[in-house]
Design a protein around this ligand. Sequence first.
Ligand code: NZQ
Ligand code: ZN
Length: 395
Amino acid sequence: MLGNFKFSNPTKLYFGKDSLNFLKDELKNYGKTVMLSYGGGSIKRNGIYDSVVNILKSEGKTIIEDGGVMSNPTVEKMYEGAAKVRDNNVDLILAVGGGSTIDYAKGIAASAYCETDPWKTYYLEQKSPVCKIVPVASILTMVGTGSEMNGGSVITNHKENLKIGKVFDDRLMPRFTILNPEFTYTVPTYQMVAGFFDIMSHLMEQYFSNFDDNTTDYLAEGLMRSLIHSSLIAVKDPKDYEARSNIMWTATWALNTMLKMGKHGDWMVHMIGQAIGAHTDATHGMTLAAVSIPYYKYILDGICNNGNKGIEKFKRFAVNVWNVREEGKDDRQLALEGINCLEKWMKEIGVVMKASELGVKEDMLEAIADSTITYPTDYRTLNHNDVVEILRQSL
Ligand code: NZQ
Ligand code: ZN
């Protein structure tokens, strides 16, 4: 464990079938005006909206309605929401939904009183807020992003062909989050499995970095094993509470900053996936799934052609996560077998395996690579042409 780090996470979690009961007590800690932010209407259809509104009313809150947060929330929606927070003097933003709604809530919480253009300041320039911040809390209805217990906020700017994440500090992390696995039962299969892959990707993006022996990697291996096990149950029976609750808990730990400790992370699958998202508006988890197999094969090729530095992690992934037997295999074969197991699992749960399924075409590859943020990584640093090549292999 070679890194130096600070670990803190202020988000209070309420987990389980009865977790909504705690909303009442939490609300007592905030002022009268609550902005209720939600997506395209799923919470109205499945009854979560009514349950939450009843609790808000019983606590005497003034509700500011803020529906219509789209998947991959846009910068225009963020400006609109920020103005609504300011105009209504909102005391708490309660985000009820998936990662998009919670990310958006953090964006507007930091933007409402920002004196500069928040897109430029927070997302393009990656600066920290210096203005008043409105508290955010969340009720999660779709599992995957980890937004419920982190400071991440990903906003899409279609005009600029950019989808950028800002990781805000503790002040923007949800003050409390309610996690009821049953709230996720109505998520459509496509979104559900996209979320499963998003979790796997968060785990892998942190695991595939560094060279030292780090406790965090052992934790990641355990979480991956749990996810693989439960996801195979959940795709057959989406109402299996045990599987769905394990996945919900795994998703939160996969990206609540704990697995980041002492790790550089890689995140290039996310960078390429987000660039695909900026051009196609495709579902986040599916953009990651579409490029992951070509990506990890490309990284492994680079490692094998450059003195094998990093191969240990690929071998460990095969053995510890997928139970691949080591005997009779050279390093590359063993490493490749791990990637093949990943591919087999992805097909079993039914994620998108090709970027072409998301509308990516050969003549878009250069532009998507232009929108991909690249930086040095531990195992193989990518340049523009590498990204184009990975994208080509994902068609
Ligand atoms: O909008 P509604 O009608 O609610 O429908 C949503 C949406 O269509 C639906 N849904 C959610 N809960 C449901 C439900 N449908 C039925 N029943 C329910 N209980 O599911 C669809 C997808 O929701 P969304 O919030 O867009 O999905 P997700 O949670 O995957 O969030 C994706 C966004 O999060 C960002 C992504 O880039 C993307 O913009 N990410 C945020 C991260 C973070 N904060 O740390 C990290 C991630 O890597 C990711 O980048
Ligand atoms: Zn993700």
